[in-house]
Design a protein around this ligand. Structure first.
Ligand code: NAD
Ligand code: ZN
Ligand code: ZN
Length: 342
C-alpha cells in the first residue's frame, strides 16, 4: 500500500454537514483487513449518527457508512478466512467478543463489547475501510456492488425483523415505512410467502411497494392506517414491521395488529410513542425491537439476493453527493436506497 491518505466524508461535529477531506490510511490490525471500496449504501442510521440523534453517541471525528462493498487489498496478522482480492462488506455489527452469553447463544448483535461500523469504528464513506474478517460480509460472486450494498444493513435488518415476527406464509404482514429498509422488507416478506400491506406517508413510496409485490397500500397522511388495515385484513395483520422514521408510525402499529399479533420495531427515530395498555393486553400483542442480524442472518439475507429473490431499488451517487443525499433522506425524498459508486 503506497497511499498514505484517502478521501472520506467525515463527521467533525454533530450536525447535517459531513466534511469531505483526506484522512490517514489505517493499517489492518489483528484479524483485520484493509478494503478498497467499490460501493456503499447510505442508510438513515448514518444520518442519525451524524446528527447525534441517539442516547449512545459516536465520538467525532468519525467516518459513517455500514453498507460498504469492496476488495480486500491487505491483511493484518492472524488466520483469515478471506484472502486478498476477495469482495467483502462492512456491516453495523462490525465485530463482537465471541465469548459472552449473547455471543454464545446466537445473540451476538447484543454483545456489550460489539463495535459498530461507521459508528464506533470508521465506516464506508471513504475510498478505504477496515473490516474484521471474522465478522465482515462475504459478497456473493457476480453481485453488482452498488445493488448488493443495501442488503448489508437494510436487507439483513428487515429479514431478521420478519423472522422474529413469527408471521407465517399466507398471513398478513404490514410494512410501515417504505424507505431503504421498507422497500426491501416488502420483497423479503413476499419471498417468504406473506401477504404484504405497505404503509407510508408518500404516494411514490407506496407505488414502489406495489411494484415489489404489496397487495394493499395505505397513505397514513390521508387515511387512518389502523382502520384501513383492520378492514382489509378482517381483524388486523398477524405481523407489523415498523421501519418508519417517525414515532407516530410506532403507535399506529398497535392499531394495525391482529389479536395475538407481533409487532417488530426496526426504525429508530428519536422519541417515544403512546402505548395503549388496554389494547395491548386485550389483544395479547407482542412488541419487540430488532437490531440488524447475526452473521448467519446476513448470509441468508445475501443468499436471497444471490438467488434473484430480492433486488434493491438503488440510485447511484458519488461520495461528493453525500450531504445532498442526507438532505433528501431527511425529507423522505429517496426512492429505495442511494448507493455511492467509488
Ligand atoms: P429511509 O429514510 O430510507 O425510510 C424511512 C421511510 O419512513 C420513508 O419512506 C418515509 O416516507 C417513511 N415515513 C416517515 N414518516 C412516516 C410515518 N409517519 N408513517 C409511515 N412512514 C413514514 O430510512 P431507512 O434507511 O429505511 O431507515 C429507517 C429507520 O430504520 C431509521 O430510523 C434507521 O436508523 C433505522 N434502522 C434500524 C436498524 C436496526 O437494526 N433496527 C437498521 C438500519 C436502520
Ligand atoms: Zn443501516
Ligand atoms: Zn460478546
Amino acid at each position: 500500500m503506497t497511499d498514505t491518505t484517502f478521501r472520506a466524508a467525515v463527521v467533525e461535529d454533530f450536525g447535517p454537514e459531513l466534511n469531505l477531506r483526506d484522512v490517514e490510511m489505517p493499517t489492518p490490525g489483528r484479524n483485520q483487513a484493509l478494503v478498497k471500496l467499490q460501493a456503499s449504501g447510505i442508510c438513515h442510521t448514518d444520518l442519525h449518527a451524524a446528527e447525534g440523534d441517539w442516547p449512545v453517541k459516536p465520538e467525532p471525528p468519525f467516518v459513517p457508512g455500514h453498507e460498504g462493498v469492496g476488495e480486500v487489498v491487505e491483511l493484518g496478522p492472524g488466520d483469515h478466512s478471506v484472502k486478498v482480492g476477495d469482495i467483502v462488506g462492512n456491516v453495523w455489527l462490525w465485530s463482537a467478543c465471541g465469548e459472552c452469553e449473547y455471543c454464545r447463544t446466537g445473540w451476538e448483535t447484543l454483545c456489550n463489547q460489539a463495535e459498530y461500523g461507521g459508528y464506533t469504528v470508521n465506516g464506508s464513506f471513504g475510498t478505504y475501510m477496515l473490516v474484521d474478517t471474522r465478522y465482515c460480509a462475504r459478497i456473493p460472486e457476480g453481485s453488482d456492488p452498488v445493488e448488493v450494498a443495501p442488503i448489508l444493513c437494510a436487507g439483513v435488518t428487515v429479514y431478521k425483523g420478519l423472522k422474529v415476527s413469527e408471521t407465517k406464509p399466507g398471513q398478513f404482514m404490514v410494512i410501515s415505512g417504505v424507505g431503504g429498509l421498507g422497500h426491501i422488507a416488502v420483497q423479503y416478506a413476499v419471498a417468504m410467502g406473506m401477504r404484504v400491506i405497505a404503509v407510508d406517508i408518500a404516494d411514490e413510496k407506496l407505488e414502489l411497494a406495489k411494484k415489489h409485490g404489496a397487495e394493499f397500500t395505505v397513505n397514513a397522511k390521508h387515511a387512518d392506517p389502523a382502520e384501513a388495515v383492520q378492514e382489509f385484513t378482517d381483524g388486523g395483520a398477524h405481523g407489523v414491521l415498523v421501519t418508519a422514521v417517525h414515532p407516530q408510525a410506532f403507535g399506529q402499529a398497535v392499531g394495525m395488529a391482529r389479536k395475538g399479533g407481533t409487532i417488530v420495531f426496526n426504525g429508530l427515530p428519536p422519541g417515544d410513542f403512546p402505548a395503549p395498555i388496554f389494547e395491548i393486553v386485550f389483544k395479547a400483542l407482542t412488541i419487540r425491537g430488532s437490531l440488524v442480524g447475526t452473521r448467519q442472518d446476513l448470509a441468508e439475507a445475501l443468499d436471497f439476493y444471490a438467488r434473484g429473490l430480492i433486488k434493491p431499488t438503488v440510485s447511484e451517487c458519488s461520495l461528493d453527493d453525500v450531504n445532498a443525499v442526507f438532505e433528501e433522506l431527511r425529507h423522505g425524498k429517496v426512492d429505495g436506497r442511494m448507493s455511492i459508486r467509488y
